[in-house]
Every structure is written in C-alpha cells, then in structure tokens.
Design a protein around this ligand. Structure first.
Ligand code: FMN
Length: 285
C-alpha cells in the first residue's frame, strides 16, 4: 500500500487540524474548569492535552485560537487572568454532557448549569471540580507557550498539579483501573474511543535487555504465517534459548507451516517457553 505525502503548506488550518486530530489519536480529554476575572465559571473540553512530567507533576492543554477567525477561547482568557484551572478526566457516563459544554456558549455563560455537571469546591484553587469525574487535578498555571499567530495556532497552557482527586473505587491494588475509570478519548472527525472492557489489554514489559528482532532465527523472519506482533514477542525475550536439541512431545506438528501456526497459538496464550520449544522444532523441520 502506498503512502500519500501531504505538506502542511498546501493545507488550510481547518484541514491541518483534521489531519492532526485523526492521526494523533486517541487523545485524552481534559474537561477544563476555569473562572473568569469577574468570577463566572467556565467548563470546556480540550483533547490537545497530556501529562509531561511527574516531578513536579506537570500537565498541558491547548485552548487554541479558533481556526475560523483566530479569536481566543474563554478558557484561555480565564486561565491566563487567574493563573488557575481544574482538569477533570471524562468518563463514558459524562460523554454527552461534556459535548454540551463544548458548544460555543457566549461570553459570561456558566457551562455547568448548561451541561448539568456538578460544580464542587476545590481545595487549593478557585475553579470548581466536576463532581461526576473519576479523576481530577487542581492546577496552577506555570507557563503559556504561543505556537504561532494566525487562526488555528496553538496556545499551550502548562500547569503544575497541586492536588489529585481520585474516585475511591478507581484505585484497585494501588493502580487506577481502566474499567473503573471508563475514560473516553477523542479521535478525528466525530469519532471517540472508550478505554475499558475489551478495548483494554495488558502487554508485559520487555526484558531489561531483550534479544531484539535481528537476533531471531532467519526461518522465523521469513515465515509467511508469523506476524510482526508474533516476532515482536519473541524478540522481547531476555535470552535466545538453546535451540539445538528441542524436547519433542507426541502429536507435535512436523511441517514448517504447522509449526509456525503452533508457535503463533502459543504466543496468543502468552506461553513463551512453549513458543520457543516449538521454534526449536521449527529449526529442525
Ligand atoms: C472532545 C473535544 C475536544 C476538544 N479539544 C479542543 C482542543 O484541544 N483545543 C481547542 O481549542 N478546542 C477544542 N475543542 C473545542 C472547544 O471545546 C470549544 O471551542 C469550546 O467551545 C471552547 O469553549 P470556551 O470558549 O468556553 O473556552 C474540543 C471539543 C471537544 C468536543
């Protein structure tokens, strides 16, 4: 399959935004709660958002200049005026209320009653927490980074987290569990992702010094059956086992193709020792 090369210089800000949103995805959503200098609450979602450091805990999001006319958003004005914001993670149960908050409500409108989410007093900052959110951060604005000037240009707000608010049931054995959080992410267009249930899976961390793909036996790399993911799991092994005298079991497949399929099935079961035993047989098939 060929790839299309697209140059930003050939695109307008709206098309560029669509490309970024589709390809840099799924993105977490920050439901940002702010207060204007006059004390009016604001609540709006932003998916140009992430965490960037743990010491001090640092997050950033970008209420950018509008692609349409280059004007700035209330959230940006409020955060810069007061130096404070709260970021609430968005769970699936909050999805459509978050969507109401994203509408371009006029200046001076408090989005909390508009979307029906519940303002709750925070501990260290004046903007409200969002009662329904399973995970929230009270933040102090540390830095504003302007990324250009025209319509669609970035206005990145970097904040230090003063306090986390974690819903009790989300902490399972000291880890925030994705099924309890049930967060949603943003893709391109009108697409969203739900990060729980069958969409969530675990991947074992690689060995401290994995053997690497280039150390895999050549017949495996030439296989028409084993995929990049299959070979990646073998390449993550801490050491190349001795393949010279593999243990044979009754009923083991004999042909290279059948052995490759058996290796693949062992990897699906995450049974790495069995996969390597079968690789040994494969080397002598
Ligand atoms: C899920 C979602 C993510 C969004 N992400 C961004 C974003 O990262 N940056 C941005 O400028 N606007 C983003 N928007 C649009 C803003 O939420 C929207 O412009 C909002 O009306 C801004 O409100 P404000 O002027 O009260 O700050 C997003 C909208 C939705 C629904």
């Amino acid at each position: 399959m060929s790839h299309r090369v697209i140059l930003p210089a050939d695109l307008g800000p709206v098309e560029t935004n669509a490309l970024l949103c589709g390809g840099v995805a799924p993105r977490p959503i920050a439901l940002a709660s702010t207060l204007s200098a006059e004390g009016v609450r604001n609540l709006s979602p932003f998916s140009f958002f992430n965490a960037f450091g743990s010491n001090p805990p640092t997050v950033a999001f970008a209420p950018n200049r509008r692609g349409r006319d280059g004007t700035v958003k209330h959230t940006y004005l409020n955060a810069v005026a007061t130096g404070e914001f709260v970021i609430a993670a968005v769970s699936h149960a909050m999805l459509h209320q978050m969507n109401v908050a994203s509408a371009e409500w006029p200046d001076g409108v408090d989005e909390f009653p508009k979307c029906g989410l519940t303002p709750v007093p925070a501990r260290f900052v004046a903007p409200a927490l969002v009662g329904e959110s399973p995970f929230q951060m009270e933040c102090r604005l540390k830095q504003v980074v302007e990324l250009g000037e025209g319509p669609g240009s970035g206005l990145m707000l970097i904040g230090e987290v003063l306090a986390f608010h974690v819903r009790e049931d989300c902490l399972v054995d000291g880890i925030l569990h994705p099924d309890a959080l049930d967060l949603v992410g943003r893709n391109g267009g009108a697409f969203y992702t739900r990060a729980s249930g069958t969409a969530v899976f675990e991947v074992p961390k690689p060995a401290v010094r994995p053997i690497g793909y280039d150390a895999l036996p050549e017949p495996l790399k030439q296989s028409r059956i084993l995929t990049g993911n299959d070979l990646g799991q073998l390449a993550n092994s801490p050491a190349l086992p001795d393949l010279t005298a593999p243990v044979r079991h009754p009923g083991d497949p004999a042909s290279p193709g059948e052995l490759d399929m058996a290796i693949q099935q062992a990897l699906v079961r995450h049974d790495l020792p069995e996969a390597w035993r079968l690789v040994g047989l494969r080397m002598h098939a």
